[in-house]
Design a protein around this ligand. Structure first.
Ligand SMILES: C[S@@+](CC[C@H](N)C(=O)[O-])C[C@H]1O[C@@H](n2cnc3c(N)ncnc32)[C@H](O)[C@@H]1O
Length: 275
């Protein structure tokens, strides 16, 4: 996350350690730490070889790899700037000018530059603006930067639960919600969807921009199907047939299908809830 004096990202210095439980430490150049499958990925604005060597010695861990790259290369060579989807302008915090949503994308998925984020955003905005859908509650599975939740709150969702298993994503999403003054509506929880029990009952809209394996697991869990409308994304066209076969037969109504590049987005209605 950006902290003074930093107001934007230039280069990223990345250190991947083979241990997750690094004792809390602070450094003025620290962007954040990802904890992933018993490993830790440290991101800094500047090179920190000696600090990382000291951390490794203190915690008895090893450096798996290190890299330094331009921030835009983290985003697949794209320079993050303002964009407009469904009439909503999203700007990174370092850009001045009018914006409906301001975002610190940090090193978290959900800057808006991936096709799935854009189409999910467009779809969330569409359903929020559809009076018959009457969306008041939303569950955002794998919230990343929190962008989809912020957009739903902007359009009047009263209660949004946003979850992510990446602690840095949760911290970034919380900061972005505060920045956009929707922190009262959005409750961000650290949760691993592979293990933790998920309650979908009472949510009008459920957004899950994840990846195939996790989507399959969710789709096959009967309690996943207690919400109203589902926006599922994060899978390629080539995976559609397999996922389709796993949907609970008879219970799901296809409301829409979109595609951007090879990425697909499904909008599904749960007949048990929306008829
Ligand atoms: C493709 S990104 C989507 C981010 C954002 N919702 C968007 O649409 O741009 C998927 C997010 O899911 C999170 N995630 C991955 N596996 C997860 C799990 N097992 N439990 C919870 N969140 C998970 C990742 O950390 C990441 O932030």
């Amino acid at each position: 996350m950006l902290r003074p004096p930093y107001q934007s990202y230039d280069r990223l210095y990345v250190y991947h350690l083979d241990k997750a439980d690094i004792l809390a430490f602070d450094d003025p150049d620290l962007i954040g730490i990802w904890i992933e499958d018993e490993t830790a990925v440290l991101f800094f604005h500047r090179a920190k070889d000696s600090l990382v060597a000291e951390l490794c010695a203190r915690h008895g861990c090893n450096l798996i790899y290190q890299a330094d790259l331009d921030y835009c290369d983290w985003e697949a060579g794209l320079f993050i700037s303002s964009f407009t989807v469904g009439g909503v302008t999203v700007s990174p915090v370092w850009e001045k000018g009018r914006a409906d949503i301001r975002l610190d994308p940090s090193v978290i998925f959900g800057s808006g530059f991936h096709p799935t984020t854009r189409v999910c955003l467009e779809t969330v905005i569409h359903y929020m603006q559809t009076p018959e859908a009457a969306i008041k509650t939303m569950l955002d599975l794998g919230t990343g930067t929190g962008l989809l939740s912020i957009a739903a709150a902007r359009f009047g969702a009263e209660k949004i639960t946003a979850v992510d298993n990446n602690p840095l994503a949760c911290a970034v999403a919380r900061a972005n919600c505060r920045l956009n003054q929707v922190n009262e509506q959005v409750d961000i929880r650290e949760m691993d969807l592979r293990k933790d029990k998920l309650h979908t009952s009472g949510y009008n809209l459920i957004v899950a921009n994840l990846y195939r394996g996790l989507l399959e697991q969710l789709i096959q869990t009967p309690s996943f199907w207690e919400g109203g409308i589902y926006i599922l994304s994060g899978f390629l066209q080539s995976m559609e047939a397999d996922l389709l076969a796993e949907l609970p037969a008879g219970q799901i109504r296809f409301l829409d299908r979109k595609q951007s590049d090879r990425w697909c987005i499904w909008v599904l209605g749960n007949r048990k809830v929306i008829g």
